[in-house]
Design a protein around this ligand. Structure first.
Ligand SMILES: [Zn+2]
Length: 264
Protein backbone atom coordinates (compact mmCIF):
# COMPACT_ATOMS: atom_id res chain seq x y z
CA UNK A 1 0.00 0.00 0.00
CA UNK A 2 1.39 3.42 -0.89
CA UNK A 3 2.56 5.18 2.28
CA UNK A 4 4.44 8.49 2.62
CA UNK A 5 7.53 7.14 0.90
CA UNK A 6 5.70 6.00 -2.24
CA UNK A 7 3.75 9.28 -2.30
CA UNK A 8 7.03 11.19 -2.15
CA UNK A 9 8.27 9.18 -5.16
CA UNK A 10 5.05 9.99 -7.05
CA UNK A 11 5.38 13.67 -6.19
CA UNK A 12 8.85 13.68 -7.69
CA UNK A 13 7.53 11.85 -10.74
CA UNK A 14 5.49 14.96 -11.64
CA UNK A 15 8.42 17.39 -11.33
CA UNK A 16 9.76 17.09 -14.92
CA UNK A 17 6.47 18.40 -16.33
CA UNK A 18 6.16 21.42 -14.03
CA UNK A 19 5.32 24.49 -16.11
CA UNK A 20 4.17 22.51 -19.17
CA UNK A 21 0.56 22.99 -20.30
CA UNK A 22 -1.78 20.03 -19.88
CA UNK A 23 -3.14 19.34 -23.36
CA UNK A 24 -5.66 16.69 -22.36
CA UNK A 25 -6.94 15.20 -19.13
CA UNK A 26 -8.55 11.81 -19.63
CA UNK A 27 -10.49 10.59 -16.59
CA UNK A 28 -11.14 7.00 -17.59
CA UNK A 29 -12.92 5.89 -14.45
CA UNK A 30 -15.69 7.91 -12.81
CA UNK A 31 -14.91 6.28 -9.45
CA UNK A 32 -11.76 8.39 -9.44
CA UNK A 33 -13.92 11.43 -8.61
CA UNK A 34 -16.05 9.85 -5.92
CA UNK A 35 -14.64 12.05 -3.15
CA UNK A 36 -15.39 15.15 -5.17
CA UNK A 37 -18.64 17.05 -5.62
CA UNK A 38 -17.37 18.34 -8.99
CA UNK A 39 -18.18 16.49 -12.20
CA UNK A 40 -15.75 15.25 -14.78
CA UNK A 41 -16.11 18.11 -17.24
CA UNK A 42 -15.55 20.66 -14.47
CA UNK A 43 -12.39 18.89 -13.30
CA UNK A 44 -11.12 18.62 -16.88
CA UNK A 45 -11.87 22.30 -17.44
CA UNK A 46 -9.93 23.26 -14.32
CA UNK A 47 -6.84 21.41 -15.55
CA UNK A 48 -6.75 21.44 -19.36
CA UNK A 49 -4.74 24.28 -20.83
CA UNK A 50 -3.21 25.08 -17.44
CA UNK A 51 0.22 24.26 -16.09
CA UNK A 52 1.23 22.55 -12.86
CA UNK A 53 3.12 25.20 -10.92
CA UNK A 54 4.08 23.24 -7.81
CA UNK A 55 3.78 19.77 -6.34
CA UNK A 56 3.32 18.98 -2.68
CA UNK A 57 2.87 15.89 -0.57
CA UNK A 58 0.81 15.58 2.59
CA UNK A 59 1.00 12.14 4.13
CA UNK A 60 0.07 9.58 1.48
CA UNK A 61 -1.46 12.17 -0.88
CA UNK A 62 0.13 14.17 -3.69
CA UNK A 63 -1.17 17.64 -4.45
CA UNK A 64 -0.46 19.83 -7.41
CA UNK A 65 -1.17 23.51 -7.66
CA UNK A 66 -2.40 24.53 -11.08
CA UNK A 67 -2.11 27.88 -12.90
CA UNK A 68 -5.93 28.09 -13.13
CA UNK A 69 -5.91 28.65 -9.36
CA UNK A 70 -7.10 25.16 -8.50
CA UNK A 71 -5.34 22.47 -6.52
CA UNK A 72 -5.70 18.79 -7.39
CA UNK A 73 -5.15 15.99 -4.89
CA UNK A 74 -4.33 12.43 -5.85
CA UNK A 75 -4.64 9.61 -3.36
CA UNK A 76 -3.55 6.14 -4.34
CA UNK A 77 -5.77 3.68 -2.46
CA UNK A 78 -4.16 0.30 -1.89
CA UNK A 79 -2.20 -0.17 -5.10
CA UNK A 80 -2.30 3.04 -7.12
CA UNK A 81 0.83 3.85 -9.08
CA UNK A 82 1.86 7.07 -10.81
CA UNK A 83 4.24 7.14 -13.77
CA UNK A 84 5.51 9.55 -16.35
CA UNK A 85 6.04 7.91 -19.74
CA UNK A 86 6.11 4.52 -18.05
CA UNK A 87 8.66 5.41 -15.38
CA UNK A 88 8.50 6.41 -11.72
CA UNK A 89 11.00 8.51 -9.77
CA UNK A 90 12.49 7.33 -6.49
CA UNK A 91 11.71 9.01 -3.16
CA UNK A 92 15.39 10.02 -2.93
CA UNK A 93 18.24 10.00 -5.44
CA UNK A 94 18.09 10.45 -9.18
CA UNK A 95 17.45 7.14 -10.90
CA UNK A 96 13.97 6.21 -12.11
CA UNK A 97 12.41 2.80 -12.43
CA UNK A 98 10.47 1.53 -15.42
CA UNK A 99 7.14 -0.21 -15.06
CA UNK A 100 5.28 -2.44 -17.46
CA UNK A 101 2.25 -0.36 -18.29
CA UNK A 102 -1.14 -2.07 -18.25
CA UNK A 103 -3.53 0.02 -20.29
CA UNK A 104 -6.67 -1.61 -18.85
CA UNK A 105 -5.70 -0.38 -15.38
CA UNK A 106 -4.93 3.22 -16.34
CA UNK A 107 -7.56 5.40 -14.60
CA UNK A 108 -6.17 8.83 -15.39
CA UNK A 109 -4.00 10.04 -18.22
CA UNK A 110 -2.73 13.60 -18.48
CA UNK A 111 -0.94 14.53 -21.67
CA UNK A 112 1.37 17.53 -21.68
CA UNK A 113 2.56 19.81 -24.44
CA UNK A 114 5.66 18.06 -25.73
CA UNK A 115 3.97 14.65 -25.55
CA UNK A 116 4.77 13.45 -22.02
CA UNK A 117 2.09 11.36 -20.39
CA UNK A 118 1.41 11.20 -16.69
CA UNK A 119 -0.63 8.12 -15.86
CA UNK A 120 -2.27 6.74 -12.76
CA UNK A 121 -2.61 2.98 -12.82
CA UNK A 122 -4.86 1.32 -10.25
CA UNK A 123 -6.14 -2.19 -10.69
CA UNK A 124 -8.30 -2.06 -7.54
CA UNK A 125 -9.98 1.26 -8.47
CA UNK A 126 -9.51 2.79 -5.02
CA UNK A 127 -7.44 5.81 -6.03
CA UNK A 128 -9.12 9.22 -6.07
CA UNK A 129 -8.68 12.61 -7.70
CA UNK A 130 -10.07 15.59 -5.86
CA UNK A 131 -10.19 19.26 -6.78
CA UNK A 132 -9.54 21.94 -4.14
CA UNK A 133 -9.51 19.52 -1.20
CA UNK A 134 -9.98 20.52 2.43
CA UNK A 135 -6.38 20.19 3.56
CA UNK A 136 -7.28 20.66 7.22
CA UNK A 137 -8.36 17.02 7.35
CA UNK A 138 -4.70 15.98 7.43
CA UNK A 139 -2.62 15.89 10.60
CA UNK A 140 1.07 16.76 10.75
CA UNK A 141 3.08 15.12 7.98
CA UNK A 142 5.13 12.21 9.28
CA UNK A 143 8.36 13.80 8.02
CA UNK A 144 7.65 16.96 10.05
CA UNK A 145 6.95 15.01 13.23
CA UNK A 146 9.35 15.47 16.17
CA UNK A 147 9.53 13.97 19.65
CA UNK A 148 7.58 16.76 21.37
CA UNK A 149 4.76 16.58 18.87
CA UNK A 150 4.65 12.77 19.03
CA UNK A 151 4.43 12.99 22.82
CA UNK A 152 1.55 15.46 22.58
CA UNK A 153 -0.36 13.35 20.06
CA UNK A 154 0.03 10.13 22.07
CA UNK A 155 -0.94 11.82 25.34
CA UNK A 156 -4.24 12.97 23.83
CA UNK A 157 -5.63 9.50 23.10
CA UNK A 158 -6.39 6.34 25.03
CA UNK A 159 -6.71 4.36 21.77
CA UNK A 160 -4.20 1.64 20.85
CA UNK A 161 -0.89 3.28 19.96
CA UNK A 162 -0.81 1.67 16.51
CA UNK A 163 -4.24 3.09 15.67
CA UNK A 164 -3.10 6.56 16.74
CA UNK A 165 0.03 6.34 14.56
CA UNK A 166 -2.15 5.42 11.57
CA UNK A 167 -4.83 8.08 12.15
CA UNK A 168 -4.28 10.41 9.18
CA UNK A 169 -6.03 13.28 11.00
CA UNK A 170 -3.32 13.16 13.67
CA UNK A 171 -0.23 12.08 11.71
CA UNK A 172 -0.43 11.95 7.91
CA UNK A 173 1.53 9.35 5.96
CA UNK A 174 1.82 6.21 8.11
CA UNK A 175 0.12 3.05 6.83
CA UNK A 176 0.00 -0.49 8.13
CA UNK A 177 3.50 -1.72 7.23
CA UNK A 178 5.31 1.37 8.46
CA UNK A 179 3.28 1.52 11.70
CA UNK A 180 4.25 -2.08 12.50
CA UNK A 181 7.89 -1.36 11.68
CA UNK A 182 8.00 1.78 13.87
CA UNK A 183 6.55 -0.16 16.81
CA UNK A 184 8.89 -3.09 16.19
CA UNK A 185 11.92 -0.81 16.12
CA UNK A 186 10.53 1.30 18.97
CA UNK A 187 9.94 -1.78 21.18
CA UNK A 188 6.30 -0.96 21.92
CA UNK A 189 3.37 -3.40 21.93
CA UNK A 190 0.91 -2.09 19.28
CA UNK A 191 -2.09 -2.69 21.58
CA UNK A 192 -0.90 -0.41 24.39
CA UNK A 193 -3.04 2.61 25.16
CA UNK A 194 -1.25 5.61 23.61
CA UNK A 195 -1.62 7.89 26.63
CA UNK A 196 -0.29 5.26 29.03
CA UNK A 197 3.20 5.04 27.50
CA UNK A 198 5.90 6.29 29.88
CA UNK A 199 8.30 9.07 28.87
CA UNK A 200 11.01 6.48 28.23
CA UNK A 201 8.70 4.36 26.10
CA UNK A 202 7.69 7.37 24.01
CA UNK A 203 11.39 8.19 23.57
CA UNK A 204 12.05 4.62 22.39
CA UNK A 205 9.11 4.78 20.01
CA UNK A 206 10.42 8.08 18.67
CA UNK A 207 13.70 6.37 17.82
CA UNK A 208 11.68 3.73 15.98
CA UNK A 209 9.78 6.41 14.06
CA UNK A 210 12.97 8.22 13.11
CA UNK A 211 14.92 5.12 12.05
CA UNK A 212 12.00 3.78 10.04
CA UNK A 213 11.51 7.08 8.21
CA UNK A 214 15.18 7.17 7.25
CA UNK A 215 15.38 3.57 6.20
CA UNK A 216 12.29 3.46 3.98
CA UNK A 217 13.18 6.77 2.32
CA UNK A 218 16.71 5.64 1.62
CA UNK A 219 15.51 2.29 0.29
CA UNK A 220 12.53 3.75 -1.55
CA UNK A 221 9.61 1.72 -0.24
CA UNK A 222 7.34 1.02 2.72
CA UNK A 223 8.10 -2.72 2.35
CA UNK A 224 11.78 -2.03 3.14
CA UNK A 225 11.61 -2.29 6.94
CA UNK A 226 13.69 -4.65 9.09
CA UNK A 227 10.58 -6.53 10.20
CA UNK A 228 9.38 -7.41 6.72
CA UNK A 229 12.83 -8.00 5.25
CA UNK A 230 13.87 -10.37 8.01
CA UNK A 231 10.72 -12.43 7.46
CA UNK A 232 9.19 -11.38 10.79
CA UNK A 233 5.89 -10.51 9.08
CA UNK A 234 5.02 -14.08 8.26
CA UNK A 235 2.85 -16.42 10.25
CA UNK A 236 4.94 -18.77 12.38
CA UNK A 237 8.22 -16.93 11.83
CA UNK A 238 10.62 -15.80 14.55
CA UNK A 239 11.79 -12.35 15.61
CA UNK A 240 15.43 -12.11 14.46
CA UNK A 241 16.36 -10.24 17.65
CA UNK A 242 14.76 -12.55 20.19
CA UNK A 243 14.26 -15.87 18.39
CA UNK A 244 10.72 -15.87 19.76
CA UNK A 245 7.78 -16.57 17.48
CA UNK A 246 6.07 -13.38 16.24
CA UNK A 247 2.35 -12.94 16.88
CA UNK A 248 -0.26 -12.06 14.29
CA UNK A 249 -3.21 -10.13 15.70
CA UNK A 250 -5.71 -7.48 14.58
CA UNK A 251 -5.43 -3.91 15.88
CA UNK A 252 -7.97 -1.32 14.77
CA UNK A 253 -9.13 -3.72 12.06
CA UNK A 254 -5.65 -4.09 10.57
CA UNK A 255 -3.45 -7.17 10.45
CA UNK A 256 -0.58 -6.63 12.84
CA UNK A 257 2.64 -8.53 13.46
CA UNK A 258 4.66 -7.97 16.60
CA UNK A 259 7.23 -9.64 18.83
CA UNK A 260 5.81 -10.48 22.28
CA UNK A 261 9.32 -10.56 23.71
CA UNK A 262 10.90 -7.18 22.91
CA UNK A 263 7.71 -5.19 22.21
CA UNK A 264 6.18 -4.40 25.58
ZN1 LIG B 1 11.82 -9.59 19.36
Amino acid sequence: MPEFVEAEAYRRTIEPVLGRPMVSVDIRDDRLLRRDAADESFVRGALEGSTIDATRRIGKAVLFDVSSGHTALLSFGLRGWLMLDGRTARATGHDWRARTRRDAHVRLQIEFEGGQRLELEDQLRLATLELDPDESRFGIDVLDLDLDRLREILASSTTAVKTVLMDQRRIAGIGNLIADEMLYQGKVDPRRSASELSDDEVADLWQGVRRTRERVLERNGSHQGVQIQSGARERGSCCPRCEVQVERITVGGRTTYFCPSHQR
